[in-house]
Write a protein that binds this ligand. Structure first.
Ligand code: BES
Ligand code: MN
Ligand code: ZN
Length: 490
């Protein structure tokens, strides 16, 4: 989807669809102008009770006398006293589907006119662009749309305003990162293997000047002692890879921000095999990897003046004669021993070595992103990513970036009190901590591989995709991470 600027007025603009928001009691110059040019159309709709007052509900009107646009899409914004930034984005994502499902290819967006407390025009324009782009997404890698299906929206213009070019450039870059993330996460596990993720990263490195890519194969990882990572992949016919995307937009000596993504391209659970129902959903277990790659896509397009490393641990967790087993004790790259009590707690195994390896970059901060625990979905559902860190300042940065990007996280404690749950007589730690606080004990495990670092963990098990919904991969938390990195560049 292209974003552009138009200085034509709302009455005369020849577009396939004018998109406005309805918020009872608000003053919006565009809507007032449309109302006047159409002899009181909006007033009449209001009197008839036909304006969509619920958030995300829509009304699509065609061939209206008085305006040049072929269609008028009105998106409900809910109650004015309840509207906040998050509600604004949510309403547009949902209402934007009416645009996606129409025959319109070009639209003109007046949504930034809607008054949202505490939000300026630039923010509203950026988020409207991203939300319309989000609604425009359609999975097509292995299913082509029918000729008769509605076409995607190709172009959305915005009324001219100061600073808007920069805002829309930013929206284009972030949208590409989110799209990259969703495309990868939605792919089936027979296509999106560890090698496929590596090849995708390599291709990105060739497209973007200044983005360097390094890929480690199993032999190279074995030489480095990454036994925890390799253990998870050893039951799979698809070889494991460690992928590094390196963006060096800052000074050579600037410490980089390091993202570390869990890339389990399919998680059967291994020998501790998962139940059959919904196992297909475990194709999304590389959501952290997809978000890492997607964020580097956005960072490279934004040409951020900082250094950013994206590290992806890519493996497939399968049961097999060579698979690692419950009871195994494995020595990780940093020399710590791990008793494997459940081969389905594999994400922390691969992240352990990826976190150890990442410390060579002397990070300014390190954030891992992982679909790590079902317990996180129990705790937070699909609305918030779980944030765990012992660094309050880093927590504040990430939480604020989540609010700013409408891609919110919520903090869970990472107190040492929980560490005792992963003690065992047979190794330095075990890889499961029992039923209580399953997300936190997973975080505690990771903390042992990030000692002395400014580090945070994002559990995206609930936020990376909508369980069972055709809509699927969400592209989260590319928005949060990109916003955080933009903030580090300021
Ligand atoms: N990838 C899963 C976590 C997961 C489950 C994410 C469902 C999204 C939806 C992870 O590898 C896993 O299996 N975790 C186990 C940990 C347990 C064995 C300690 C879990 O959550 O059950
Ligand atoms: Mn698992
Ligand atoms: Zn997993």
């Amino acid at each position: 989807m292209n974003f552009s600027i138009s200085d034509q007025n709302v009455i005369e603009i020849e577009t396939d669809c004018l998109v406005v928001g309805y918020l009872a009691g608000s003053q919006q110059p565009g809507i007032t102008a449309i109302n006047e040019a159409t002899g009181g159309l909006v007033d009449r709709l209001k009197q008839a009770g036909d304006l969509p007052s619920d958030s995300g509900k829509t009304l699509m009107l065609h061939a209206i006398d008085g305006i040049a646009a072929q269609r008028l899409l009105i998106i409900g914004m809910g109650k004015a006293e309840k509207l906040d930034g998050n509600g604004y984005v949510k309403a547009i994502r949902q209402g934007g589907k009416a645009l996606r499902n129409s025959r319109a290819r070009r639209a003109h967006c007046l949504l930034a006119e809607i008054p949202v407390p505490g939000r300026e025009l630039a923010w509203k324009s950026l988020q409207a662009a991203l939300a319309l782009d989000h609604a425009n997404y359609l999975y097509s890698a292995t299913k082509q749309p029918k000729d008769s299906s509605p076409p995607p929206t190709e172009e959305v213009s915005f009324p001219a305003a100061e600073g808007l070019t920069k805002v829309l450039d930013r929206a284009t870059a972030i949208a590409a990162g989110i799209q990259r993330c969703r495309d990868l996460a939605d792919l089936p596990p027979n296509i999106a293997t560890p090698v496929y993720l590596a090849e995708t990263a390599r291709a990105m490195g060739e497209t973007h000047d200044g983005l360097e890519v390094e890929i480690l194969d199993e032999q190279q990882m074995a030489d480095l002692g990454m036994r925890a990572l390799l253990a998870v992949g050893q039951g799979s016919a698809n070889p494991s890879r460690l992928i590094r995307l390196s963006w060096r937009g800052g000074a050579p000596n600037d410490q980089p921000y390091v993202l570390v993504g869990k890339g389990v391209t399919f998680d059967t659970g291994g020998i501790s095999i998962k139940p059959r129902d919904n196992m297909d959903q475990m194709k999304f277990d590389m959501g952290g990897a997809a978000a890492t790659i997607g964020t580097l896509e956005a960072v490279a397009r934004l040409k951020l003046p900082i250094n950013v490393e994206g590290v992806v641990a890519a493996v497939e967790n399968m049961p097999d004669g060579k698979a690692y087993r419950p009871g195994d004790v494995i020595t990780a790259m940093n020399g710590k021993t791990i008793e494997v009590l459940n081969t389905d707690a594999e994400g922390r195994m691969i992240l352990a070595d990826a976190l150890t390896w990442s410390q060579q970059f002397k990070p300014a901060a390190m954030v891992d992103i992982a679909t790590l625990t079902g317990a996180c979905v129990v705790a937070l559902g699909h609305h918030a990513s779980g944030l765990m860190t012992q660094d309050d300042e880093l927590a504040e940065e990430l939480l604020a970036a989540g609010i700013e990007s409408a891609d919110r996280a919520w903090r869970l404690p990472l107190w040492d009190d929980y560490q005792e749950q992963i003690e065992t007589p047979f190794a330095d730690m075990k890889n499961i901590g029992g039923m209580p606080a399953g997300s936190i004990t997973a975080g505690c495990f990771l903390a042992r591989f990030a000692e002395g670092q400014r580090w945070a963990h994002l559990d995206i098990a609930g936020s990376a995709w909508r369980w069972g919904k055709a809509e699927s991969a969400s592209g989260r938390p590319v928005g949060l991470l990109t916003e955080w990195l933009i903030g580090r560049s300021a």
